[in-house]
Design a protein around this ligand. Structure first.
Ligand SMILES: Cc1cc2nc3c(=O)[nH]c(=O)nc-3n(C[C@H](O)[C@H](O)[C@H](O)COP(=O)(O)O)c2cc1C
Length: 234
């Protein structure tokens, strides 16, 4: 199982340690690519729309995005970690996700996404874990990923060293269970009804737009999705 881990922070704190506990139960280090934000992608989207008009490879931040994108596309499982910052995900994580807006199903979704699984680990001292995870989940869903699991940790701590043994033991047990579920589902390809409904709504819009010559419409035509092909059918 090839895994990409994207950390919404540079430090190795609570969310980092939860993710490491999970991956050590899933695979060896050889199959893991890991990125830390903002170190590995320090730029904000500048709203130039170059990705939409010309393509992602023309993004002014492509040199940072390229290795992350290649790793995501090659992976079976994507793990996103985030501490809660002011009841949301970190700005660094949001900045990364903004760079993938052309992957939204309304524009140019990637068929690879319909076969991937994702885990979001959200760690907060007290509250906001659900909202922080949702900030990430919304993007992943609109990329076309159906199988998204969320793990929320109430750390009651500022750093990993402050997390007590009882909580660490619970995390360990929770990760054993989560790893088991992921492994059991590994070969199951299931695209949710909600994911398909969103795809078909966007397909209707693209059908109306047929022949408009926009890059999005050309993409849908080339993929054959306005005819019989579907991104989740190999
Ligand atoms: C800028 C900042 C904002 C924070 N905002 C929240 C918050 O809204 N809710 C919360 O429960 N914890 C908040 N925290 C605490 C962290 O989310 C918490 O300590 C978390 O477990 C840290 O995870 P990490 O070790 O992976 O960074 C905040 C911490 C920082 C530095």
């Amino acid at each position: 199982m090839k895994i990409t881990i994207i950390h919404g922070q540079n430090h190795k704190g609570c969310s980092y340690h939860v993710s490491r506990s999970l991956v050590e139960k899933l695979t060896t280090d050889d199959n893991i690519s890991e990125f830390f934000l903002p170190k590995d992608m320090p730029e904000f989207c500048i709203g130039c729309y170059t990705c939409l008009i010309k393509g992602k490879e023309y993004c002014p931040h492509y040199k940072y995005m390229k290795p992350i994108t290649e790793s995501i596309l090659k992976s079976d499982l994507l793990i996103f970690t985030t501490p809660v910052y002011c009841l949301r995900t970190t700005g660094a994580m949001k900045a990364l996700l903004d760079h993938y807006f052309t992957w939204f199903v309304v524009h140019r979704p990637r068929e690879e996404m319909y076969f991937k699984k994702a885990v979001i680990i959200s760690s907060g001292a007290g509250s906001g874990m659900r909202q922080a995870a949702k900030d990430i989940k919304d993007s992943l869903f609109y990329w076309g990923i159906s199988d998204i699991r969320i793990y929320k940790l109430r750390s009651l701590a500022m750093s990993w060293s402050d997390v007590n043994n009882e909580r660490r033991e619970k995390i360990e047990n929770d990760m054993i269970k989560l790893a088991k579920k992921i492994k059991n589902n590994y070969d199951k390809e299931r695209v949710s009804l909600r994911c398909k409904v969103v795809f078909y709504l966007m397909r209707m819009a693209q059908k109306k737009d047929r022949g408009s010559g926009t890059k999005d419409n050309q993409y849908w035509l080339e993929k054959g999705w306005l005819d019989d092909k579907r991104p989740w059918k190999k």
